[in-house]
Design a protein around this ligand. Structure first.
Ligand code: PMV
Length: 310
């Protein structure tokens, strides 16, 4: 039996602008994870993908390739020059909330790729996992920048610029984020499409905003590398103002962000595609409980607390 896991993720700074060539920073969220378990099945049984939590049972031989997990399984078997339908039972489980901007799809695919390599007795590097998962991300997102598959495959904070190798890095001091889900699902494909339309209508204006976001991401990296958490919080607030300007915030996200800041967060912003999904609030040991309570009172659907780095 072989088991592999992959974490959830959030984007710290730079979402949307990253699609237009600006840098972004993403971090893994190890408090939630996807797991793939591979067991040998009876000879001739072929390969079956089981996801008991969502009642999914996909025999590889007859499943449609448009299913991203089937696609990534086939691509990984091909990459390893393995038979296309090995006698395996693959069980997928995840504690990552679905469709909430925490990378649940990419994490399942990453766990799957890692488990297949391990079961075949082969080592795999994060860049290979990331490239295979990217293919399934295309199914979810249309034209993804590649940041989700990258941070999930590397499992550590990454500095990401589309089309170039990522730079994993370690923040100088640990920091804690409260991640609050708005309870609203908002497909990233739609927000990315809306931003594209708006950019096409007024490219100069939108590129100006993307450049400003890029500058904030550079400053956020400096703040992380110097352990300047107050600066990082201020940069979250400035990034949020620019995300509002490109039209991807929403009343519920603004309500949650305001509640977190009033309760003492160093800064807060939406994370990911926006409109719905998550906000992240940067907290200290002293403010964490108050911020969590304020977020729940303001209507947060669920909360995850994660400490990054250190
Ligand atoms: O919604 P998420 O967390 O998967 O974030 C997507 C990030 C975007 O920049 C909005 C899109 C992309 O492909 O980078």
């Amino acid at each position: 039996m072989t088991i592999a896991t992959a974490p959830g993720k959030i984007i710290l700074a730079g979402e949307h602008a990253v699609v237009y060539g600006q840098p972004a920073i993403a971090v893994p969220v190890w408090q939630v994870a996807a797991t793939a378990t591979i067991e040998d099945a009876a000879p001739g049984a072929g390969c079956t993908l089981l996801a008991p939590d969502v009642d999914l049972c996909l025999p590889l031989a007859t499943s449609n390739e448009i299913q991203p997990l089937v696609l990534v399984t086939r691509l990984t078997l091909q990459a390893l020059a393995l038979p296309p339908n090995p006698d395996w039972q693959i069980t997928l489980r995840s504690t990552i909330p679905i469709a909430s901007g925490l990378g649940s799809g990419a994490a399942l695919s990453a766990a799957l790729v890692k488990a297949i390599y391990a079961h075949a007795g082969r080592a795999v590097d994060p860049a290979t996992v990331s490239a295979l998962v990217f293919e399934s991300e295309r199914y979810y997102h249309g034209t993804p920048s590649g940041i989700d598959n990258t941070v999930i495959a590397y499992g550590q904070p990454v500095w990401f610029v589309k089309g170039t190798p990522p730079t994993p890095f370690t923040p100088c001091a640990p920091f804690t984020l409260v991640i609050a889900h708005s309870g609203l699902a908002a497909p990233t494909k739609e927000t990315v499409g809306d931003v594209r339309q708006a950019w096409q209508a007024d490219p100069a204006h939108f590129e100006g905003i993307f450049n400003e976001i890029g500058k904030i991401v550079h400053q956020a990296r400096t703040a992380l590398e110097a352990g300047q958490l107050a600066n990082l919080g201020e940069l979250f607030n400035r990034n949020q103002a620019l995300l509002e300007a490109i039209g991807v915030s929403s009343p519920i996200l603004t309500t949650l962000i305001d509640a977190a800041c009033r309760a003492g967060a160093l800064g807060a912003k939406l994370s990911g595609g926006g409109r719905g999904g998550n906000i992240i609030a940067l907290v200290t040991a002293e403010t964490q409980t108050a911020v969590q309570q304020a977020l729940l009172s303001a209507g947060a659907h669920s909360i995850i607390v994660t400490t990054v780095g250190g």
